[in-house]
Design a protein around this ligand. Sequence first.
Ligand code: SUG
Length: 444
Amino acid sequence: MAHHEVNFDGLIGPTHNYSGLSFGNVASLSNASAVASPRQAAKQGLAKMWTLRGLGLRQGVIPPQERPDIGTLRRLGFGGSDAAVLEAAARQAPTLLAACSSASSMWVANAATISPSPDSGDGRVHLTPANLTNKLHRAIEPELTGRVLRAIFPGDERFAHHQHLPSHDSLGDEGAANHTRLCADYGAPGVEVFVYGRTVSDTSAPKPTRFPARQTLEASQAVARLHGLAPERTVFVQQNPAVIDAGVFHNDVIAVGNLDILFFHQEAFLAPDAALEEIQAKLGDTALRAIQVPTAAVPVADAVASYLFNTQLIVGPAGATLVAPEECRETPSVGAYLSSLVDSGGPIKALHYIDVRQSMRNGGGPACLRLRVVLSDDELAAANQRCLLSEPLYRQLEAWIDRHYRDRLSFDDLRDPQLLTESRTALDELTTLLNLGPVYPFQR
Ligand code: SUG
């Protein structure tokens, strides 16, 4: 049976804004309090999905979360009507209002880790929502993420849904952003590579000193156990702490892989030679095609600014294509490197540039906006078909964005009860469009 890579992208929500919430994420901090355009953001994200579909990939849609998150604000002691909750939070605790209003669920590479059926012990697709403990605005995502994933991948015959790991710093888990699957073809058992930033149980192990390491080895190990992965096909690799301190807050900011190709920066891993050796040994007869980008060609700062490694690496019969953000073309070292890469005769044959600038300003590139799911024909048929992007759905979503999204949004708008009403009205309609059922708290 054929297996396919299906990219599910997060639809960017109506409260998209720049609040500088992510310490360690250079773009988020430098654009704090810029004025955002939720409408433009959502359209850029949707256009990316349509482009990927045009490039021959199957494409799915993941809905945004309900924001502002009135339920969490109430848990934090703000009471009265919804409007009173918003007003009191804006006056007494603006940072809490910002955290509860972020559209960060768009970056679905952090929504979950997913192991396809050829890798898992029981032949099912395994899904574990990420607990995202490191940032408050993201730590409030996993519960709804789990509910949404169940609505997209229903039934436990083919899909095994796990609860997110306990929400504690020692088990910080950021999902697929720190996970790569390498294989000969999608239907063959793969080698799952988990990249972590620190080890809790070994206090002498190196760790970053400036910015937080969001993913722990212990979290990655727990996910691998839950998914029934074979140790002989699982690799745990430590990220280089120095690049975390340079703004690489997830591994997908410094490395990306697909099938037998691993595209990564020379400084990505703490012990790159050992990591490559172990991956190759576990891949067996499949030869890893490793493309290592030297610091001399692209300094880490340029990789972070351009999101060279947050490109989508897609592989078709004619070879691999990198779907890169416009910022790559505009960063001189990266633009020059990419031109030479496609001329080098290596596996990457083509480049495709896309504009996701609204998301990029918060540190979310093309690969952050998608959650890759490898599915067999049967599993794909069992998924919620209305969440798969077709031309009619694309047109409907475009019109839906035009109907409900604001063109400008700044921090001061988050207290506006009308924004909450607009957001809920939009999401209510979306659940019908995507046939999700009443997943949102306000619908229950
Ligand atoms: O978690 N930015 C996100 C970006 C996530 C990128 N994802 C991947 N690399 N896979 C984060 O840091 C910024 C929100 C703000 O500042 O308003 C934010 O959450």
